[in-house]
Design a protein around this ligand. Structure first.
Ligand SMILES: Cc1ncc(COP(=O)(O)O)c(C=O)c1O
Length: 365
């Protein structure tokens, strides 16, 4: 990390409107018990967990950082209604509904579902609690969970205008150039915390610096922000995304486009290329939202070692990748790794998890 580089990013971010919605900074927590159950300091690197599940807004998660910039932009444009879209158990939709409450705005959620009457549980229950208006759209491909709903979103925006309101459409996952600013800011926060822990130098064996940042990658706003942020701040770690859904070629394109839109918005000359935006495709399993055995085991492992709750859709798949690599001895025990916890816990209270989970399937106990 270079202090001058970080100061430049701070200045660039300060040029954008931002509505404080999240409780920041989130803790950077050392998971000593998780390290112990994964072999201890003889074989396992030090594990730090960046607790973005604790951003607080509407039960927390990564979207709070994006929404700070998106909702501020909406307000600057005089918008009165936030419209967004996602799968029926979308964390992003839930957090947008919560952000609308804080911002004093109306919220309409266009949610894709593969069943006629989805259970009112988890995120969908919270969407209703936060008072969002909900439009359910049949899902053409529930495995992809993106992009089937543009026509409905356009129709909802037209209805809002006809009713005298001013709509602001937030793309799926909050993944736009403006949303990307959230994880550029998140990166600044993380590298400053690592610096305070004397962990800001690039890792070489024996030095103990952080070598990888594991996180779950969906609609790619987090990836774009983390990757561009790491480049801008000369972060010491490699950004290691774990994909949770298919459709990689177009997602790389989207990540590149929105990262470079963010750089342009911030007046920064750096740009990302496709090669900068690699994610691990090996932990998706059957598809989006379907937990794998390794993800279910990771949920138990984190819960029983650290009392940290992972979610069945995103963070458990990223954790499954990290656990697999640690057990295989891929990362020397002299190093440090960071796991970005992006939230998503409401999905633990849905059939998708409850019907699949059995504590007995856990391998390590
Ligand atoms: C809990 C959780 N983790 C990770 C992600 C992935 O973030 P992104 O959509 O920015 O790739 C999401 C997106 O919905 C999420 O809800």
């Amino acid at each position: 990390m270079s202090a001058a580089a970080v100061a430049r990013v701070h200045r660039a971010l300060a040029t954008r409107p931002r509505l404080p919605l999240a409780t920041l900074p989130t803790p950077l927590y050392e998971a000593t018990r998780l390290r112990a159950v994964l072999g201890g300091s003889e074989t396992c690197p030090r594990i730090l967990i960046k607790r973005d599940d604790l951003t607080a807004l509407g039960l927390g998660g990564n979207k709070a950082r994006k929404l700070e910039y998106l909702v501020a932009d909406a307000r600057a444009q005089g918008a009165t209604t936030l419209i967004t879209t996602g799968a029926v158990q979308s964390n992003h939709a839930r957090m947008t509904a919560a952000a609308a409450c804080v911002a004093g705005m109306r919220c309409v959620l266009v949610l894709t579902t593969s069943v006629d009457e989805p259970a009112i549980a988890g995120n969908l229950l919270l969407d209703k609690l936060y008072g969002a208006a909900i439009r359910l759209v049949p899902s053409v491909d529930p495995m992809l969970a993106v992009g089937q709903d543009e026509a409905v979103v356009a129709a909802v925006a037209a209805e809002e205008r006809a009713a005298g309101r001013v709509p602001y459409v937030i793309p799926v996952g909050g993944s736009s150039g403006i949303g990307v600013c959230g994880y550029i800011g998140g990166t600044v926060e993380l590298v400053e915390q690592l610096h305070d822990m004397s962990l800001s130098r690039r890792s070489r064996i024996g030095e103990g610096g952080p070598s990888r940042l594991y996180y779950a990658s969906g609609s790619r706003g987090t990836q774009a922000g983390l990757t561009l942020g790491a480049k801008l701040c000369a972060a010491p770690y490699r950004v290691y995304g774990v994909a949770v859904s298919a459709g990689e070629p177009e997602k790389i394109e989207r990540a590149k486009r929105i990262a470079n839109e963010a750089a342009a918005l911030l007046g920064l000359p750096e740009r990302l290329e496709r090669e900068d935006l690699v994610t691990d495709q090996n932990f998706i399993g059957e598809g989006y939202g379907i937990p794998t055995p390794a993800a279910l085991e990771a949920i138990t492992l984190f819960a029983r070692s650290e009392a940290i709750l992972l979610d069945p859709c995103y963070t458990s798949k990223a954790a499954a990748a990290m656990v697999r690599h640690l057990r295989a001895g891929d990362i020397p025990p002299t190093e440090t790794i960071v796991f970005l916890h992006t939230g998503g816990m409401p999905a633990l209270f849905t059939e998708g998890f409850v019907d699949r989970y059995s504590p007995d399937m856990n391998g390590y106990l």
